[in-house]
Design a protein. Structure first.
Length: 242
């Protein structure tokens, strides 16, 4: 069972204080003991790298592993590692970059100027002149012929868009074919966000590593507590264990 997380959404007094505290504790608490994990990309004290669990059955099989990477922002160290070191096929997605057409970064890395969202839409972001195309994970998998494939690793670093995207993934049922999930959680916590994260546990996802993004250190507007409002959380899907 997951660790206790307060589920009170009232932003006042001790109730919200407990929720803010417990949410951070939950995201950083190990639920699965991954014995062999590697850092894919930049070091743990830099932005851009992600942890990968290589314990069976979550290991990457060279030439067969498939990775979806949402949120690039011209920082390719994770994608390059998954390609060059682990031998995976990588599909990288980001509608915010200057490139507005598909291109191949390498033989195994293909870029697509699409973002992940809770629905298929065109969205005009603040400060942008052109609308960004967003699509659900289910739609994107079908678009590239992967709807019946296993995703060995799904990375999501999309500046808060995870809160719209995850509930749609639950409804689509697509996470059943995801072995590992790395996601940067952006927050101050709300009750619906807590429920969204806890739903991952119900679906079989267990945290094997959580890490504060130290570039996001700030003071909570509500409690005055020093927090990191971006936390990188890494899950394995234990349904793949025989």
């Amino acid at each position: 069972m997951p660790a206790y997380v307060s589920n009170i959404s009232n932003k006042s007094g001790s109730n919200y204080d407990a929720m803010e505290r417990d949410f951070t504790r939950y995201l950083l608490k190990t639920q699965f003991d991954c014995r062999h994990r590697v850092r894919a990309g930049r070091s743990e004290f830099e932005d851009g790298g992600w942890e990968v669990c290589l314990d069976l059955p979550f290991n990457m099989v060279r030439g067969k592993c498939l990775v979806y990477s949402f949120g690039i922002n011209n920082e390719w160290s994770f994608d390059d590692y998954m390609d060059k070191t682990l031998g995976c096929t990588v599909h990288a997605f980001d509608p915010s970059m200057a490139e507005k057409t598909d291109f191949s970064r390498s033989r195994n890395i293909r870029f697509h100027p699409i973002g992940i969202g809770g629905k298929n839409s065109l969205v005009l972001k603040k400060g942008q002149k052109a609308k960004w195309p967003l699509a659900t994970l289910g739609t994107i998998l079908k678009l590239y012929g992967h709807e019946n494939k296993t995703l060995d690793y799904l990375k999501i670093d999309v500046e808060g868009a995870e809160w719209d995207s995850l509930p749609t993934m639950y409804r689509e049922g697509v996470l059943a074919r995801v072995k590992q999930l790395g996601i940067e959680v952006h927050w101050l916590p709300k009750e619906k966000d807590l429920k969204t994260v806890l739903e991952l546990h119900k679906l079989g996802f267990r945290i094997y590593y959580g890490r504060r993004n130290y570039y996001s250190r700030k003071k909570s507007d509500v409690t005055g507590r020093t927090i990191n409002d971006c936390i990188e959380v890494h899950f394995v899907n234990i349904n793949f264990i025989d």
